[in-house]
Design a protein around this ligand. Structure first.
Ligand SMILES: C[S@@+](CC[C@H](N)C(=O)[O-])C[C@H]1O[C@@H](n2cnc3c(N)ncnc32)[C@H](O)[C@@H]1O
Ligand SMILES: Nc1nc2[nH]cc(C(=O)O)c2c(=O)[nH]1
Ligand code: SF4
Ligand SMILES: [Mg+2]
Length: 221
């Protein structure tokens, strides 16, 4: 029986993305291949982080008990979890609406062809994250309208790079573009001013809502 290394699971409102404000269940998997210098869940990224090994049946029982429709798989990097494709199919065939928060370094081609293809919220790691060299830009051509490309920006230089990438890969023809400030590192006003200055109608500012509702460092919300 496959089990998955879950470092936390909780019900909350989704603080980010196309379903921001809707109830969702979050399942956070252990381990990540990147180390973004702003990561707000770096505690979950090491392989010695305490976790529970849970089976599909245990996780679906928990979701069913909470009468939840939306499920977000996050981490760490959820797409590196062994057998995650099987879990995604099980969630989809059980009727859950599945969103994956993924870091942009994992090739999506094998997940794109799943019977129950989830919605991907895929980061493009901007230069100031220190992780841009790991980006798998072949993913852009696979994205659909239910997916999102998210740029988590630290600076105007990051915004410049985000705009260049959007133009080059014609991202707005595939899916929505979200701009999210690295929490506390850039004033969201600067992002709005940048959008106005560059007539950037295709982009959408998003703030991590849960960090305004609860203390920004709080886990499990
Ligand atoms: C913790 S990551 C986990 C999923 C995956 N590893 C990824 O990077 O997309 C979830 C989302 O939180 C964002 N994030 C992490 N730290 C952040 C911070 N300090 N401020 C804003 N967003 C942050 C990431 O960029 C990503 O979009
Ligand atoms: N409420 C809430 N919404 C979220 N959306 C994406 C999250 C994540 O950490 O991936 C997250 C999270 O940690 N909490
Ligand atoms: S890829 Fe995601 S989980 Fe990994 S370090 Fe970056 S923000 Fe954190
Ligand atoms: Mg988070």
């Amino acid at each position: 029986m496959i089990t998955y290394p879950v470092v936390e699971k909780f019900i909350s409102i989704n603080g980010e993305g196309q379903k921001a404000g809707e109830l969702a269940a979050f399942i956070r998997m252990r381990g990540c291949n990147l180390s973004c210098n702003y990561c707000d869940t770096s505690w979950a990224n090491t392989m010695d982080c305490p976790c529970e090994f849970l089976s599909t049946e245990e996780l679906i029982t928990w979701l069913t008990e909470h009468k939840i429709k939306n499920v977000t798989l996050t981490g760490g990097e959820p797409l590196l979890t062994k057998g995650i494709d099987i879990f995604i199919e099980s969630l989809g065939s059980s009727g859950f609406s599945v969103e994956i928060e993924t870091n942009g370094s994992v090739a999506l081609d094998c997940f794109h062809n799943l019977l129950h293809r989830p919605a991907f919220t895929m980061d493009y790691k901007c230069p100031d994250s220190g992780m841009e060299q790991a980006m798998c830009t072949d993913n852009f051509s696979l994205l659909l309208s239910k997916d999102t490309v998210k740029f988590v920006v630290s600076s105007i230089a990051d915004l410049e790079k985000a705009r260049t990438i959007c133009t080059h890969y014609k991202i707005a023809d595939h899916c929505p573009i979200f701009l999210s400030p690295v929490f506390g590192r850039i004033d969201p006003k600067e992002i709005v001013e940048y959008m106005i200055e560059h007539h950037w109608n295709e982009a959408r500012l998003q703030l991590q809502m849960h960090k305004f509702i609860w203390p920004p460092e709080q886990r499990g919300v």
